[in-house]
Design a protein around this ligand. Structure first.
Ligand code: SF4
Ligand code: SF4
Length: 273
């Protein structure tokens, strides 16, 4: 994303729209600009504001003249008055930023919008996590924080050394150059994105040791990491995972319950962490 300096009138309206703080106004130049290193190509600034077509020279002149009298001319807060925000044609590897940051873009590897995966939310249909298994989602980055693939790789390579096999139908897995070692393609390692999810499953009994490993690696990363672990409930709605995690000293919060309405005969899932 770029801001056209010929059009920008430095009103500052686009600053709060950017989820990673990549837009700054240069007070001396009286222009806003995108820090392309920080920008995750989420397109929020372009889509989240109405683009009007006021004449930039006229708007600057009005703002300057009113400024002399300590008056202000500010456009409505959700408007870029001069259509100065201009999307760029993205090529590889930068285009992966948009795939993992713009919720309206479909992931090519999975055909799913947003983070490109349904996780275990639709396990009643996908049947990924079976009885006796724990399904993991490890999510990296959030608005205002973001992440880079090199940080995700730090986690995936550590998990691979624990014998983890990554979920095939997941966009991060599709970008791995060596799945057995948890290595991601070298040419995208420095790309910055809003967030991504790594998925895999283990035996239920292995869940505590893997959670400990995730916690150990997450402490070394300069981003936010959230881990979720899910298992099937029995017919009474109980779940052995809960007891296993409590016994190992984890606090257990039942986060989501999937009722299993997608396909007859599949018991419910529940997600805790
Ligand atoms: S909203 Fe438009 S005119 Fe205002 S600072 Fe941002 S790019 Fe410049
Ligand atoms: S595309 Fe997204 S990250 Fe980049 S400047 Fe716009 S709002 Fe910020």
């Amino acid at each position: 994303m770029q801001i056209d300096p010929r059009k920008c009138v430095a009103c500052g309206n686009c600053l709060p729209v950017c989820p990673v703080g990549a837009i700054r106004v240069d007070a001396a130049a009286r222009r806003a600009a995108v820090d392309l290193e920080q920008c995750v190509e989420c397109f929020a600034c372009f889509r989240g504001m109405s683009m009007e077509n006021l004449n930039p020279t006229l708007v600057r002149t009005i703002r300057r003249v009113l400024g002399i009298f300590r008056l202000r001319f500010d456009p409505e807060p959700d408007v870029c008055p001069t259509s100065a925000v201009v999307p760029q044609e993205l090529s590889w590897p930068r285009i992966v930023r948009r795939a993992f940051s713009d919720p309206l873009v479909t992931h090519e590897s999975t055909g799913i919008h947003g983070r490109g995966t349904e996780e275990v939310k639709t396990n009643d249909v996908t049947n990924r996590v079976g009885p006796g298994e724990a399904g993991f989602t490890v999510e990296f980055g959030r608005p205002t924080v973001g992440t880079r693939f090199i940080e995700i790789q730090q986690m995936t390579s550590a998990l691979a050394r624990e014998g983890i096999v990554f979920e095939e139908r997941n966009p991060v897995t599709s970008l791995m150059s060596d799945r057995a070692r948890g290595l991601i393609r070298e040419d995208i390692l420095q790309e910055r994105i809003l967030s991504a999810i790594v998925e895999f499953k283990t035996a239920l009994s292995q869940a505590p040791s893997i959670l400990r490993k995730i916690r150990e690696v997450a402490a070394q990363l300069d981003t936010v990491v959230m881990a979720g672990v899910s298992a099937r409930c029995d017919a009474a709605g109980d779940n052995p995972l809960e007891e296993i995690l409590r016994r190992e000293g984890f606090e257990f919060v039942r986060g989501k319950t999937n009722l299993g309405l997608g396909r007859a005969g599949n018991p419910a899932m529940h997600t805790g962490s």
